[in-house]
Design a protein around this ligand. Structure first.
Ligand code: BGC
Length: 726
């Protein structure tokens, strides 16, 4: 009887939930249907010239509206580090506003290092609120191209080398931005994985690699995040410019994925009128020359008149732009927004403090005990450098940016004397030629001597090195993985006189840390970590924050170990880069090829310890439409509060095609008090175990055995369980 009642209650609850969901969906459908009628009636009133005016830039960051019909301009701004300062309407010079100082948010790889989708959402909400305060409809963010080649100059902007991690973060940052009625513009679609030759290179990528590695985050950001806009990449993909690529834009994006929004070109990334118009581009942005002569201006008008582009195609583009506007600038209850508020600074702090990765901590040198360190030497140019601006590409006019030195002073200043020495000269400018930059890797002996003298008389030396926003920049790739500015010589000299040297690296991409890993006890990785970077770093050093960041990409021992370099497919020959490694990108390559990395993907230590145990699944064998429920326990076995990111990888040992040694299919960041134990469940759809079968032109989860592997990094798997798919 009891059971029957239970079942009845369950039935009623399920029905009510289903009904309300259905009502929600149908209410939403009604709204969309009414919007459709409204937009179509507006389009009917427009002249062809007015329509075409909406499809190309009328200034650097806007496209025209139709004032007589109450349609405003569409305004955009960069991202992703925050809302860029106002520039002049027709050139890149500052508009010299006094009200556009914004929050500088941690860079993409920092957000990825949090392994926490909530942090990506927080990022998005801040971006959305600040965009509203600046009256921007579209934020050109987030950027999450796959980190294929560690040298890529925009690695710091992008998220990670893994499509699943990218997807989970992309969904949430889009949702966060768009929760404020501001459109996210996900970029750069697709396979823009190097800056070298980016505007001319033809990337040759197999359909399998596109679908398994390069597409998933875009697909997820659209289908699960509902992104309103997407930016086509500069490069060609398989022979066609991304801005006029029928396969990419029409077939996959708008066809298969059902993308309803707007495809925008990258700035000056449009190459033809008819091909771009017919193959899926909606708005041309950033081109050179007179605005009325752009591909999508008079030439498009002429092409329509000549019957080369149909009015139906134009109407579809205009529909998309108006649809976007009705979800942003023309939406009901459009929020006013706010800029650089204390709450935004707090969000930047939260993200930064979850992003910092503890790479090494021998002898528990960290956290520093405030009462036992009386003299702290802070050494290195990065201790006083800000990262909101620099190099090519978008930065932020930061209202505030706490440097490492300021952060350390504010957290340790009451109990210790803090002295600073510059240590090295960061003498590299992205705007210079290679020749003008030559010698940037040379140490400065005077600065080293000064630093050594200081380190000798200090209880501890905090060495702040790494790169900066000039050295890692859009438009350039790095030449090698070495630390720049002769930093290694500085590290060696300081460590020799003070073994209590904590190396803090601020950078956004993998570097060669072999020597540091060997010779230094404590190594901390920070990023271009936003307005609160210094405070978050100092709190980690002090133990107020227990580090919980994990590397979002593999650090190879040497460049030649990395797939594109190993196969000699970077930067390509004759402007053609064949992605010969296929699906073996990042840890998929290192693990499958059994190449030991310097630091594996997903790696990061804590001030406490965790033990993951007892993995089990709800069943042993699954049908293809089922979901695997994997359960396990995790215990904080140390004496500090902290978080572990448990990573679930899957392998398919026997398969008709090559599969990677392991692929990330789930992760969870779990916060635990000392001694606390939690039961955790992760769900993986069997369908998500599939590979893209190029013969069948479909996803294929082959029957047979799969191994679920649980661990704290791709290099540290502690639990395994087998299941089978039938
Ligand atoms: C970049 C885009 C950016 C655009 C506008 C291009 O050079 O690739 O990411 O949004 O400029 O600044």
């Amino acid at each position: 009887m009891k059971n029957k009642i239970k079942l009845l209650v369950k039935y009623i609850i399920t029905s009510v939930v289903a009904l309300s969901l259905f009502n929600g969906v149908s209410a939403q459908n009604k709204v969309e249907a009414a919007l459709k009628v409204k937009i179509n009636s507006i389009i009917k009133k427009m002249t062809l010239e007015e329509k075409i005016g909406m499809l190309h830039g009328n200034a650097l960051f806007s496209s025209a509206g139709v004032p007589r019909l109450g349609i405003p301009e569409l305004t955009c701004d960069d991202g992703p580090l925050g809302v860029r300062e106002e520039i002049k309407r027709f050139d890149w010079a500052s508009a010299n506003w006094t009200t556009d100082s914004a929050t500088f948010l941690p860079n993409g790889s920092a957000i990825a290092a949090t392994w926490n989708p909530l942090m990506a959402n927080k990022y998005g909400v801040v971006i959305g609120e600040e965009a509203n305060a600046r009256k921007k409809d579209v934020m050109l963010a987030p950027a999450f191209n796959i980190c294929r080649m560690p040298l890529c100059g925009r690695t710091y902007e992008y998220y990670s080398e893994d499509p699943y991690l990218n997807s989970q973060l992309a969904i949430q940052s889009v949702k966060g931005i768009q929760s404020q009625h501001v459109a996210a513009c996900i970029k750069h679609f697709a396979a823009n994985n190097q800056e070298l030759d980016r505007d001319s290179v033809n990337t040759l990528v197999s359909e399998r690699a596109l679908r398994e590695i390069y597409f998933p985050a875009f697909k997820a950001a659209i289908q699960q995040g509902n992104a309103y806009t997407i930016m086509s990449a500069y490069n060609k993909l398989n022979g066609y410019w991304c801005s006029e690529n029928d396969f990419l834009l029409n077939k996959v994006l708008k066809g298969e994925w059902g993308f309803k929004g707007v495809v925008m070109s990258d700035w000056a990334g449009t190459h033809h009128t008819i091909a771009a118009a017919n193959n899926g581009l909606d708005i041309e942005m950033g081109s050179k020359g007179y605005y009325d002569q752009w591909y999508f201006a008079r030439p498009l008008l002429a092409a329509v008149k000549a019957g080369q582009v149909s009015v139906k195609t134009i109407d579809d583009k205009v529909y998309r732009v108006l649809w976007l506007m009705y979800h942003t600038s023309l939406s009901a209850n459009h929020p006013k927004g706010s800029i650089a508020t204390p709450a935004h600074a707090k969000a930047a702090y939260d993200i930064a403090s979850e992003s910092i990765v503890l790479l090494k901590n021998d002898n528990h040198l960290l956290p520093l005990k405030a009462n036992s360190v009386k003299r702290i030497a802070v050494i290195g140019d990065n201790a006083i450098r800000t990262f909101a601006l620099g190099g090519y590409g978008a930065g932020v006019k930061a209202k505030k940016e706490v440097t490492a030195l300021d952060g350390i002073k504010s957290r340790f200043g009451k109990t210790a004397s803090i002295s600073f020495a510059q240590g090295y000269r960061a003498n590299y400018l992205a705007s210079r030629t290679d020749e003008q930059n030559s010698g940037y890797d040379q140490p400065d002996q005077n600065l080293i001597d000064e630093a050594v003298a200081l380190a000798k008389t200090s209880d501890v030396a905090i060495l702040c090195i790494g790169s900066n926003r000039e050295y890692e920049s859009e438009g350039h790739d790095r030449k090698n993985l070495e630390l720049p500015f002769g930093e290694q010589a500085l590290v060696n000299a300081v460590t020799a006189v003070n073994p209590k040297t904590i190396v803090v690296i601020m950078a956004g991409a993998p570097y060669d840390l072999n020597e540091i890993k060997k010779s230094n006890h404590a190594v901390v990785w920070s990023w271009f970590n936003g307005s609160e970077a210094g405070n978050a770093l100092a709190d980690v050093l002090k133990g107020v924050v227990n580090p919980s960041g994990k590397l979002p990409f593999t650090f190879p021992v040497s460049l030649k170990d990395s797939p594109a370099a190993n196969l000699n497919t970077y930067p390509g020959k004759n402007l053609t880069a064949e992605y010969k490694e296929g699906i073996l990108v990042g840890y998929r390559w290192y693990d499958t090829r059994k190449i030991q990395p310097q630091f594996p993907f997903g790696y990061g230590l804590s001030y406490t310890d965790f033990s993951i145990g007892n993995i089990s699944t709800d069943k042993l064998s699954y049908a293809k439409n089922e979901t695997i429920h994997a359960k396990f326990t995790i215990r904080n076995t140390g004496s500090r509060y902290g978080a572990e990111v448990v990573q679930l990888y899957v392998s398919d040992p026997v398969c008709s095609v090559l599969r990677p040694e392991k692929e990330l299919k789930g992760f969870k960041k779990i916060f635990l008090k000392p001694g606390e134990i939690k039961k955790v469940e992760m769900k993986v759809k069997v369908a998500d175990l599939a590979f893209y079968d190029e013969l069948k032109k479909a996803w294929n989860a082959e029957v047979g055995e799969y191994v679920l592997q649980l661990g704290s990094s791709s290099g540290s798997i502690t639990q395994k369980v087998k299941i089978s798919v039938n």
